[in-house]
Design a protein around this ligand. Sequence first.
Ligand SMILES: [Zn+2]
Length: 326
Amino acid sequence: MVNTKTFINEILRDYERKRDRALREKEMRVEDIYHRIPRIAEIDQEITKVSIGISRSILNQSEDPEKALQSLKDKLNALKQEKAYLLTENNIPVQYLEVQYQCSHCQDRGFLPSGEKCSCFKQQLINKAYSMSNLSDILKKENFQSFNINLFSNEIAPGQETSPQNNMLEVLNICEGFVFNFDKQNEENLLFYGPTGLGKTFLTNCIAKALLDKGKIVVYQTAFKIFEVLEAIRFHNSQDKDHYQLLFDADLLIIDDLGTEITNTFTNSELFNIINSRLLSNKKTLISTNLTLKEIMNNYDDRIFSRLFSKYTLLKFFGNDLRWQT
Ligand SMILES: [Zn+2]
């Protein structure tokens, strides 16, 4: 099951592998140096011996512990100096014999001594979420920063109560609020509806990016693809269970292009299952569709319809197709 916990466990296992590799590589470098400069192997053995000598019990047996300690320390320093000298003479950087961690802050542990998550851990969570979202590339271009409200007309068309631009400002406001309050258990879900080319997908991407950057697991999937996965599992014994489980476990599930799939009893009951399970477990969902509300009503059974209408904020997109204006 792929949920946040296994997700984190995977990253922690990765750290373990990284540490093991770093240690192994260090051992190999040491072996190599011992082979090239045998004196260094001797020095290391002596250093170990001297270090063991600086133990309480041995010093206690000596008549003048302080003097004994000083002489051991001198010896240790002399050995270290000789080693450093040999390395320099052979053009080998001193760090060559140290463990090379990828992250020097946490030494590939993921956590700082204070117990806090290291920034490399946080970054990995974000990367992982990105790679699972199916969105990595597009989000570089489509995000709240690049959203251009001026693409929307500020003229009120006959029969409309507001201009596309004002409507979009309101939609934008709600979307930003959705992101801002994402961690609150406020049962907020979004349904974008309206014809293509009015910025639905763009805004969906804005929300996805903002949440991914907060470290949330966002999964984007077209309705068509979702039912393809579901069908493969149900009827063709597909083993793609991780993919399936993500539909339930993702912090935000984005179902794009609802209505492009073939609707039948199977898709209706599966869609209801996803929508309802996510509502029950307080997970948020964003659905985008080119259908009108009436078409949604006609295409889906009552249970789905009533969930969408009672538990989702319905956001209407209207105006002229923006794709001709850019
Ligand atoms: Zn780190």
